[in-house]
Design a protein around this ligand. Structure first.
Ligand code: SAM
Length: 423
């Protein structure tokens, strides 16, 4: 068990990413939006009456869920990325037969044969590995995909997590730079795979009780995603970190893994399959039609609409000064509307008067300051949430760089709190 106040040593928490060392987080690197100390602050025991589960509407790989399990708090998470939802589900499943996982891994390593040709692999995948390494990886993959035992998902995630360890181009998280060569940190696929599976086994063995958790896959702003929870106990607190404005494209960030596993054969397919339920938070996702529709829907929240209009006008003006400027002005209306939809659903998933805590950073595209935490909190207040509170977790540095333009701006990551209506 971990104490709420326990903060791991410096260096364990990784800025804006899952810890590569903490138990369960280390299974697969995914941008969690939660450093270890932010996570400790979020788990404020005084704000949780412990009657119902902790709810995370952007649960990702399950960082909040695995932390909740340390305190024996039940957990309900919603995640739009289908494969990442599977990973969260795996981490939070009742404890499996760990010896069987390790044995299945050894059997796989003993029986898998490097494939003879890697020509059929996706072009992006081929660019990321030496031919020998890719042949070994695909041999393991084919062996895993031929199986159907309960151990298969563990074998799969150990392999997907091995990919970036053995790639010979820059695959630093989140985006790939297949044009830039590097010496891979690990060259022996089997040895690295064994280490990764060993971490999973160690974390599962160290668990003192089975988690009680449910992971829903889909858009947390859509009532359909939560339908399965009808009649179930409502949450007593919601703890989350949403996509930050203009930060990661969570589909793009997992492109290597999705292509390698064969879930998606093209980027267009990935957008339809993996990204379709996600909040619009980046310029890659935004469209003119979506921005227009969101702007008119936002009129239901006049204060948020006024803030968004002021900012989009300023952002569009800045874009007009550039030759091929990014359309930040198109992201904001959809982002604000998406957040409002999630807050509306969250209200129904929580007991009236429950606290919700969000870790979120601000941004300054084109030097225009966008107070994302403040915007989220104001949307919540307009929806009837109460008791807004806010604390700065840390400074994110002073620079926002875009299209060759640098802006000096103090950016922060904040922890905002508010209560659902009707206490
Ligand atoms: C900042 S990350 C949070 C990650 C999480 N804390 C973890 O442990 O990995 C935001 C997550 O929200 C997911 N997401 C984006 N839009 C969503 C939506 N509409 N419904 C549910 N999840 C969504 C993204 O796929 C991403 O995994």
């Amino acid at each position: 068990m971990t104490s709420a106040l326990e903060v791991p040593a410096a260096g364990v928490g990784v800025w804006n990413g899952t810890s590569t060392k903490a138990a369960f987080d280390r299974w697969f690197r995914y941008p969690a939006g939660l450093s270890q100390d932010a996570l400790a602050r979020l788990f404020d025991h005084d704000r949780n009456p412990h009657e119902g589960p902790v709810v995370d509407p952007f649960c990702g790989a399950g960082t909040v869920g695995t932390r909740a399990a340390c305190f024996d708090w039940a957990f309900v998470g919603a995640e739009a990325h289908p494969e990442i939802a599977e990973l969260a589900r795996l981490k939070l499943a009742p404890s499996p037969d760990v010896d069987a996982i390790v044995q299945a891994g050894e059997e796989l390593l003993a029986s898998a044969v490097p494939v003879e040709t890697i020509d059929a692999e996706h072009e992006l995948v081929r660019r990321c590995f030496s031919p020998d390494v890719l042949a070994a990886l695909t041999g393991l993959r084919d062996g895993i995909q031929a199986g159907s035992s309960a151990e298969v998902p563990y074998l799969k995630w150990a392999l997907l997590a091995t990919l970036r360890d053995v790639a010979n181009v820059k695959v630093g998280w989140p985006y790939l730079r297949p044009g830039l060569a590097r010496n891979p940190p690990h060259t022996d696929v089997a040895a690295r795979y064994r280490v990764r599976l060993g971490w999973m086994a160690d974390d599962l063995r160290a668990r003192t009780s089975d988690p009680v958790a449910e992971i829903l896959q889909g858009d947390s702003g859509d009532a359909k995603t939560w339908l399965r929870r009808e009649g179930e106990p409502k949450g007593s607190v919601a703890l989350t970190s949403p996509p930050y404005l203009n930060n990661f494209d969570y589909a793009d960030a997992t492109r290597l893994e999705m292509f390698f596993w064969g879930r998606n054969a093209s980027w267009a397919e990935m957008v339809a399959d993996v990204r379709s339920d996600m909040l619009i938070a980046t310029t890659q996702q935004a469209t003119v039609v979506g921005a227009d529709a969101a702007t008119s829907s936002l009129s239901e929240l006049p204060k948020a609409a006024a803030t968004v209009e002021r900012l989009t006008t300023a952002l569009a003006e800045e874009r007009g000064k550039r030759r091929a400027g990014k359309a930040y002005d198109r992201v904001l209306p959809e982002y604000a509307l998406g957040i409002s939809r999630v807050l509306r659903q969250l209200q129904w998933q929580l007991e009236p008067g429950s606290w919700t805590g969000w870790v979120v950073g601000d941004s300054a595209p084109y030097g225009i300051y966008v107070d994302t935490p403040g915007l989220i909190q104001n949307i919540a207040l307009e929806l009837g949430y109460t008791n807004p509170q806010s604390e700065i977790l840390r400074s994110r540095g002073l620079r926002w760089r875009t299209n060759g333009t640098r802006h000096q701006m103090a950016l922060n990551e904040r922890l905002i709190w508010m209560r659902t209506p009707g206490s």
